[in-house]
Design a protein around this ligand. Structure first.
Ligand SMILES: [Zn+2]
Length: 230
């Protein structure tokens, strides 16, 4: 286990960096460690960005309508709110606290994605902006494209110049998916897809979405396929 932040580090670390660390901490279950150690994080914006990970409301089950600000997480659909206390636990402001431990909420989201995969209904489609990074010389803007993620994996279709292109990543070619929250502060959240000689940075837009769900679905699709070879 790693310590999330010492009191001295909290003072010395920029706000956006702290948010990134908090968002990623659940992966290693640093929240359990924080609670055990009774380590207090008094940072007033400690819940900001958490809605990107906790994208589904456990009260009304609506996806992509969570927001966060200050120490609070909120659902725009049913108006339920949770407070993140100084020990990294969530407490509902009114009624039942579904998940006080952040990783439990995340695993609940995963189980919902797993159900969609097992039922064969998982599907995501969105307009996207694409950039590629074929080498160290810099990003090449590839303009707009369409991204589909479903039971067959990823399919990216677009035009570069007048040439149509398509990139397909099958379910069994990816056991996980690299995502970024507000990558380089440019277009927002993105999904990275790699070919042998290129990396595509794919930014969905124009509709509510969560790159966290796409990453969970990538893992669950892979696990499902491995269990049931065709
Ligand atoms: Zn809700």
């Amino acid at each position: 286990m790693t310590q999330l932040l010492t009191a001295e580090q909290v003072t010395a670390t920029p706000a956006d960096k702290i948010n990134t660390m908090i968002n990623q901490a659940f992966i290693y279950d640093d929240f359990a460690w924080q609670k055990e150690q009774q380590l207090r994080i008094t940072y007033p914006k400690r819940a900001e960005g958490l809605h990107k990970v906790l994208y589904q409301c456990p009260h009304c089950h609506t996806e992509y309508q969570m927001t966060s600000s200050g120490t609070q997480l909120n659902c725009v659909a049913c108006h339920k709110s949770w407070q993140m206390n100084e020990y990294g636990e969530l407490v509902a402001l009114d009624g039942l606290t579904e998940f006080s431990h952040i990783p439990d909420w995340y695993e609940w989201e995963r189980s919902n994605v797993r159900n969609e995969v097992q039922n064969g209904t998982y599907h995501f489609e969105s307009k996207v902006t694409v950039e590629s990074l074929p080498n160290a010389k810099g990003f090449i803007p590839l303009g707009e494209a369409l991204l589909r993620h479903d039971m067959d994996g990823f399919r990216l279709s677009g035009n570069y110049g007048n040439e149509p292109y398509e990139m397909i990543k099958s379910v069994d070619s990816m056991y996980s998916c690299h995502i970024e929250y507000s990558y380089l502060g440019k277009h927002g959240d993105c999904i990275d897809l790699n070919t042998l000689d290129d990396t595509y940075y794919i930014y969905p837009y124009g509709q509510p979405f969560s790159v966290t769900k796409i990453a969970l679905a990538t893992e669950e699709l892979y696990n499902h396929k491995k269990k049931k070879p065709s």
